[in-house]
Design a protein around this ligand. Sequence first.
Ligand SMILES: Cc1cc2nc3c(=O)[nH]c(=O)nc-3n(C[C@H](O)[C@H](O)[C@H](O)COP(=O)(O)OP(=O)(O)OC[C@H]3O[C@@H](n4cnc5c(N)ncnc54)[C@H](O)[C@@H]3O)c2cc1C
Length: 427
Amino acid sequence: MRVLFKNDQPDLRSVSSVIDLTALDVISPGSPGYEACARSSAVVRCHSVPDVVQVVACAAATGRQVMPRGGGHCFVDRYPADGIVADLSGMNQIVGDDNGVAVIGAGANLGAVYATLHESGRTIPAGCGDTVGIAGLTLGGGIGLLGRRYGLTCDRLVGAQVVLADGSVVECDENRESELFWALRGAGGGQFGIVTELRFATVPEPSVCRIEGNWTEGDLIQAWQDFAPDAPDEMTVNLTVQEGRATLFGASALPPAETESLLREITARAGVLYAIDIRLDVPYSMVKPTFSTLDPDQGARRVRSEFFARTMSERTTAGLLQRLEGDRRLAFTAMGGAYNRVAEGDTAFAHRGERFLLEQVAGPGDPWVDEAWSTAHADGSGRVYPNFPDLALENPGLAYHAGNRARLAALKKARDPHRIFDFPQAL
Ligand SMILES: Cc1cc2nc3c(=O)[nH]c(=O)nc-3n(C[C@H](O)[C@H](O)[C@H](O)COP(=O)(O)OP(=O)(O)OC[C@H]3O[C@@H](n4cnc5c(N)ncnc54)[C@H](O)[C@@H]3O)c2cc1C
């Protein structure tokens, strides 16, 4: 066992020790690992299910909390001040496609998932950001460029393996531990246990038209709102707006001529010139990295967001644009389509009647994020994506879980009575 006293991951800088387990290590009283776990803020790198079981047992024995960590991209700091981080990056195996099911270690990231499934011509609907963890993304939902056609990433989840607070290892799916399986699909990560493996029903990887258009003038917000949430399922077009620049970007699996004629509708509605670049026949897995400059790492940014079930008024839109300066950004993500063809209570992800998601993004200390969020909130549905946690919410339980809140809270009480898994705004 190596106990390191320095960490190279930016989000783990506050953590004092890192323990890298190998297959033969045992965390027991007297071992260096045990001492470090029993002290404040340790990270344990797990490589196997027994490693994870040991971490949970050590936490329970020493009265500490555990935070599972996948890609480390959570928007807020959830590290328990006195607890253990179970780092799953060593459990990142991806077993391609077997009868349409991919088995993915909870420490895998999206870049590796897309690349591996691509080899067998398959994929899953999932998000952008190569280093985002598959577990964190799936447990909170998973919104991406194929989602309007195939649903959230969690809608493709068919089973998972989980280490619970009592140290037991359970398999869950529609028939086994079905309540836990329900909760894993959209309640958000770190609530019920440590997921060690995820099984997904994959879909054929489509070749798509990559879409990108940039304008320095004109107001595309109103036109986008009227178009993108109702576009055919095969097309996802998102919008970002900054000072002096609006960008439409996305992907379409429709024939190029149909794609172009639909995009001409948006520009006609917005009264701007048609200036959209369509790149043909791009495998879906190759499209996402090309948008990395439009979707920069939000680590040093503050994000507040909300879902919208109806179009924002022109007054609200004008208010949002008023102080959009410097690096401030509005990011609109189209919902609708397959996202909304699942009933609110069928999975823990409750937000099934929304038209779009709006993020206000700026530097960490910029008061504009709160001002813009309040302006937009006048027309918002009051619901917030669990994967975009927001510590400023007045009633986070309602915002994240809506009608599923009571059922989730009951499961939390039953499965984690001593709150080994806990963080601000947890169930
Ligand atoms: C650059 C960037 C791009 C993004 N793009 C998208 C996008 O396109 N679509 C989208 O929907 N979201 C997107 N997100 C948001 C993303 O879904 C969330 O930040 C997600 O929670 C990140 O998961 P993670 O594993 O990387 O982070 P982590 O910080 O490791 O985990 C996030 C939460 O999940 C818990 N968790 C992690 N692993 C496990 C596990 N194995 N078992 C139980 N709980 C676990 C953690 O405890 C934590 O509470 C993006 C974020 C960033 C930073």
